[in-house]
Design a protein around this ligand. Structure first.
Ligand SMILES: NC(=O)c1ccc[n+]([C@@H]2O[C@H](COP(=O)([O-])OP(=O)(O)OC[C@H]3O[C@@H](n4cnc5c(N)ncnc54)[C@H](OP(=O)(O)O)[C@@H]3O)[C@@H](O)[C@H]2O)c1
Length: 258
């Protein structure tokens, strides 16, 4: 019998990560679920119909090599890493402390690089593996009052595009997922320039697609070998195509009318 696939979801305790856990909790899979709220992961795992291993891992500050060792100790292998954890902002650049800017860059970009550094050598040694990275439309389109968020998502997208090209011949695959608005609590946790959580939900998020829709799109994309997808409502996702075909000056004028 074929060995079960091990999927590690980094940031699985709510929103898109939780929907991915529900989607991949099926025969043939074992799930390693990590986030800072371990109790929440444990509650989720009770109703998932597959073998799970839940552990606390703060992507911003904990050691990814130790976290990876935990996954291997529990399941003996790792096939897919889904990097979901992320943090946004609601602040103009000059109103933002350097600490808050760096925190967003750390979680959304350089901590991902550290995680890849920890897991990639073994993936290559074992003949390959799959990264699924939850990026954003803002990995392509920078918005005002999101200088750190947009920059971190652009950096992550470029890093994983490069990684895909470098390691494709060694069986390493990368799916970049660039959602438009998704109805999760993500905007509640967005940081002000001083580092306080926003605590209210943006209307655009409330009317966005569901996290289950995003998880379904990811599952389909993995089956068909896609390298990048844009889950979201047409009126939001169309920005990607407008950006591609309009002169940048005109596109930025449209953005400032939003
Ligand atoms: N919602 C949207 O409209 C939208 C649109 C485009 C892209 N995205 C991207 O989607 C991703 C997931 O967001 P979401 O909408 O699902 O929001 P969410 O419900 O707030 O989920 C964020 C997840 O990341 C985890 N997390 C946060 N900080 C962490 C840290 N330091 N270490 C480990 N885990 C951490 C959270 O768990 P703990 O708090 O338990 O650690 C939670 O499980 C983000 O990367 C975001 O940029 C979201």
């Amino acid at each position: 019998m074929a060995e079960k696939k091990v999927v590690w979801i980094v940031g699985a305790s709510s929103g898109i990560g939780e929907a991915l856990a529900r989607k991949f909790a099926k025969p043939g899979y074992k799930l390693a679920l990590s986030a800072r709220r371990r109790e929440r992961l444990q509650e989720m795992a009770e109703v998932l119909e597959c073998e799970t291993f839940c552990f606390r891992f703060d992507l911003e500050s904990d050691d990814p090599a130790e976290a990876f060792a935990n996954v291997k100790e529990s399941f003996g292998r790792l096939d897919t890493v889904m990097i979901v954890a992320g943090l946004s902002q609601r602040s103009a650049f000059l109103d933002m402390s350097a600490e808050v800017f760096d925190r967003i860059m750390r979680l959304n970009f350089s901590a991902q690089v550290d995680l890849v550094r920890a897991v990639l050598p073994e993936m290559v040694k074992n003949g390959g593996g799959q990264f699924v990275v939850i990026n954003s439309l803002q990995g392509h389109i920078a918005l005002p009052e999101r200088s750190a968020y947009s920059a971190s998502k652009h950096a992550s997208l470029a890093f994983f595009d490069s990684l895909r090209l470098e390691y494709k011949d060694r069986g390493v695959k990368v799916l970049n997922v660039c959602p438009a608005y998704v109805n999760t609590d993500f905007s509640l946790r967005a940081l002000s320039g001083k580092g306080e959580e926003q605590t209210s939900k943006d209307k655009k998020h409330s009317s966005g697609v569901s996290p289950d829709f995003v998880a379904n799109q990811i599952s389909k994309a993995l089956n068909s070998g896609e390298i990048e997808i844009f889950p979201g409502r047409f009126k939001d996702v169309i920005g990607i195509y407008l950006q591609r075909f309009l002169p940048k000056k005109l596109f930025q004028r449209l953005l400032s009318l939003r």
